[in-house]
Design a protein around this ligand. Structure first.
Ligand SMILES: O=C(O)CCC(=O)C(=O)O
Length: 249
């Protein structure tokens, strides 16, 4: 799996200029035993039908500043919008959540529909930085706040019918670094048909993980519980939802 990785030495200038030179791409870091280690600026991560790009989009100072602004400005959903229905039972999600996006959009998953609140200047600023880096546009963002390593997200695929299946999902992390694990659909659980190694990515504050087609068709992902993660993490997944314009109806 290492053959696509090009090692590159990190310099102070690199770290400080990441937020400014968002368009330039280079590779760095290594993939060891399925874990992305010490990525510098950008890292391509590939396995069977898995295609990821990991970038350090924001410097530590920029990420800290964005984190503080998010903590001040974001208002998370409560009540039924903060629940999922599993086997007929409404359960609180083990984290906080809110969605923002273009007018009229909503995202249905786990038997619940989360309407998008309007974009805010902060979220538009972040969205623009991501579009500048990746060249992709997004009309919706799902935001999850994990108070510490006991909050988590279970294994799932982002393959709901509301989403443009060919558009990448751009996942920005701020705050506590957490592990993010991909498992191939044919290699999960007791009834696994094949043995395919999981892929683990350590999501640092200020990093952007781009999940590209066809990753979400074949691979599940999750943010597991980590007892050694004491601090708050905020994650934003920028998505392209299908609209009637895109669908052509
Ligand atoms: O917090 C994370 O990195 C996980 C987000 C995620 O899996 C999702 O929004 O679908």
């Amino acid at each position: 799996m290492d053959n696509f990785v090009h090692k590159r030495k990190r310099s102070t200038e690199d770290q400080e200029s990441i937020g400014k030179k968002r368009n330039s791409m280079s590779s760095g870091g290594t993939l060891e035993n399925g874990t992305a280690k010490n990525p510098t600026r950008s890292l391509n991560i590939k396995a069977e039908n898995l295609d990821l790009e990991y970038h350090i989009l924001f410097s530590k100072r920029e990420a800290d500043d964005l984190f503080q602004r998010c903590e001040k400005e974001l208002i998370y959903n409560t009540g039924q919008l903060a629940q999922v229905k599993i086997f007929g039972k409404w359960l609180d999600i083990p984290r906080k959540q809110v969605a923002h996006g273009d007018e009229g959009l909503a995202y249905t998953f786990s038997n619940n529909t989360i309407p998008a609140k309007p974009w805010t200047p902060l979220l538009l600023e972040i969205k623009d930085a991501i579009t500048h880096l990746t060249g992709h546009t997004f009309n919706f963002v799902l935001i999850n706040r994990y108070k510490d390593g006991r909050d988590y997200m279970g294994e799932h695929k982002d393959d709901e019918k509301d989403l443009d299946p060919y558009a990448p999902i751009a996942s920005l992390s701020l705050g506590q670094q957490r592990d993010f694990v991909f498992k191939h659909g044919e290699s999960r659980g007791k009834g696994a048909k094949r043995k395919i190694d999981p892929v683990k990515v350590e999501l640092a504050s200020g990093s952007l993980l781009l999940m590209k087609y066809p990753t979400n068709r074949y691979w599940y992902h999750c943010l597991p519980v980590r007892r050694n993660a004491p601090n708050v993490r905020i994650n934003m997944t920028f998505r392209q939802m299908l609209t009637s314009e895109i669908k052509g109806s």
